[in-house]
Write a protein that binds this ligand. Structure first.
Ligand code: NAD
Length: 509
């Protein structure tokens, strides 16, 4: 095992005082990619104070002015996509093409958030109702101020961008703590945005490990958007509770892909393989479990094993699967595979020997006992647990028998939508996998141990605002209800009116 590759702080001499730093390493070979400061509590507080000042300027811009800046940033990222993809490839180990795909999706989200913030968050008139017919009512969504964002390493651009772009478009400034495995990518994003706004600290990065993340949770931020593992999410919530800081938690998952008897098996196998193995299985919304109707189980297995031929992990250009980014995860992947096999799972591909020093070869297990960790816990490696089911009812029941509830997929010609609706998760793709993540109008987030709150789409914009309700009196009311002048006559009239409006035909039976 190469546990030494996990970031650890070291004291480095600087011009005036020793500064703690940490290294970001290439997980494919251990090469140094960059050295970054471990931002102290005092420096996090200072960044938040700068962000608060900048929020005065950024928040006062019109939606159109903010959109102009965000769309410029979108273009800068697009034109420099190869540079960013290369950095992400080096810090995460993912193939260059996969790094680029992730950035492409993120760019689309920046554009959507920029173009739609005005329509979603700007003032809109709402009906006042008969009782308050003399009032003109409006609702609008105001920025919170400063938003803290804490991100993971697995999708170091796409994932935090779901919070950053939407928070910025809503008029907030942002302080971002990227994962200690991908600090360079985080810094690149902040540096390019700072170029766009001519040096103003609208989007800042504080690099560091867990302690820096904790410092951001307890700093003077108005909301904290966290994406990462459930156990860290609980610590984040506890720290945020100190100041009653609201949080969004985007945590892990154990998503399943369901294959019905009438499904297109070739397409379902292609999706399961990609959903489970791409990004070396390190995808929160990746496929970890597959439930296949028993009538088509054997055909599905023939199909997926055929498609998996030649698929392998490695550092060369021909390998479609990169290394495990976080070396400590290798132990977890090994233990899940071993636990499943010890409990009676069949090895269809890979197996216990698939876990190497830095890479894990694709592993497919079948007939995996439902109480093994390969089924109950997030594996975050290129493994699939594929089990036959007697019916779609059983597939839904097993899918929902988890404390997680992030996403999932269904392959079925006739019942896709119906099955999708029965899955207790935030997002489901029918006859494809992970498609919802690329649709900017759709909310993204989970239920249960997968967290709460939503990024993306109108819900994602509103997540970084507070609703402001205003009523404006248009004319004197016929009956003045909110006055000590109100007497028995008015009370009688208003009682008559409410009976007329809501007495209704519906009575107790
Ligand atoms: P992690 O929980 O180890 O770390 C996430 C971030 O939290 C890092 O930046 C880390 O430095 C920071 N952190 C650590 N301790 C902290 C503390 N005490 N206070 C504040 N911040 C702290 O997660 P990870 O390994 O980086 O990411 C993988 C996890 O993220 C997986 O579980 C995956 O499913 C999940 N994930 C979820 C989504 C989603 O949208 N639901 C997206 C991507 C990843």
């Amino acid at each position: 095992m190469t546990a030494t590759l996990d970031p650890t702080p070291t004291a480095t001499a600087s011009a005036d005082a020793p500064v703690d730093t940490f290294d970001s390493l290439d997980p494919a070979n251990g090469d140094l990619v960059g050295t970054h400061p471990v931002t102290s509590k005092a420096d996090v507080d200072a960044a938040v104070a700068r962000a608060r000042e900048a929020a005065g300027w950024w928040g006062a811009l019109s939606f159109d002015e903010r959109a102009e800046h965000l769309l410029t940033w979108r273009s800068v990222i697009t034109r420099r996509i190869a540079q960013l993809a290369n950095l992400s490839h080096r810090e995460t180990g993912k193939p260059h093409g996969d790094a680029q795909l992730e950035i492409i999706l993120a760019i689309d989200h920046v554009a959507w958030a920029a173009k739609n913030a005005k329509k979603v968050l700007g003032p809109s008139k709402v009906r006042s109702g008969l009782l308050m017919a003399n009032q003109a009512s409006t609702v609008e969504y105001k920025p919170l101020g400063v938003v803290g964002v804490i991100g993971p390493w697995n999708y170091p651009v796409f994932t935090p961008m779901g919070s950053i772009a939407y928070a910025l478009a809503a008029g907030n400034t942002v302080v971002f703590k990227p994962s200690e495995y991908t600090p360079g990518v985080g810094q690149w994003l902040a540096d390019t945005f700072t170029e766009v706004v001519h040096g103003r600290p609208v989007l800042q990065v504080v690099t560091g490990l867990g302690e820096t993340g904790n410092a951001l949770c307890t700093a003077d931020v108005d909301k904290l958007a966290f994406t990462g593992s459930g156990p860290t999410g609980k610590k984040v919530m506890a720290a945020c509770a100190e100041n009653l800081t609201p949080v969004i938690i985007e945590a892990g998952g154990k998503d399943s892909l369901i294959v019905d008897e009438d499904a297109d098996l070739a397409k379902a196998a292609e999706a399961a393989l990609w959903g489970g193995m791409s990004n070396a299985g390190q995808t929160c919304i990746g496929t970890e479990r597959v439930y296949v109707h028993e009538k088509v189980f054997d055909s599905f297995m023939t199909e997926i094993l055929g498609q998996a031929k030649g698929l392998r992990a490695g550092a060369d250009a021909g390998a479609k699967i990169g290394p495990i980014t976080m070396p400590s995860q290798l132990k977890v992947i090994q233990s899940h595979i071993d636990d499943a096999i010890a409990k009676g799972a069949h090895v269809a591909l890979g197996g216990s020997d698939a876990v190497g020093e830095r890479f894990v070869q694709p592993t497919i297990l079948t007939h995996v006992p439902e109480d093994s960790t390969e089924i109950t816990e997030e594996t975050f490696g290129p493994t699939l647990a594929i089990n036959p089911v007697r019916s779609m009812d059983e597939a839904v029941e097993l899918t929902n028998a988890t404390s997680y509830g992030l996403a999932g997929a269904v392959f079925s010609k006739k019942q896709g939508m119906e099955i999708a609706r029965r899955i207790r998760s935030g997002m489901t793709s029918v006859n494809s996998v992970i498609a919802f993540a690329g649709v900017p109008t759709l909310p993204f987030g989970g239920v249960g141990q997968s967290g709460f709150g939503r990024i993306h789409g109108p819900d994602g914009l509103k997540e970084f605002t507070y609703a402001k309700a205003i009523t404006r009196q248009k004319f004197k009311p016929v009956m003045m209800l909110t006055s000590f002048e109100r007497g028995a006559k008015e009370d009688g009239r208003v009682a008559q009116l409410i009976t007329l409006l809501h007495g209704g035909k519906q009575t107790l039976k």
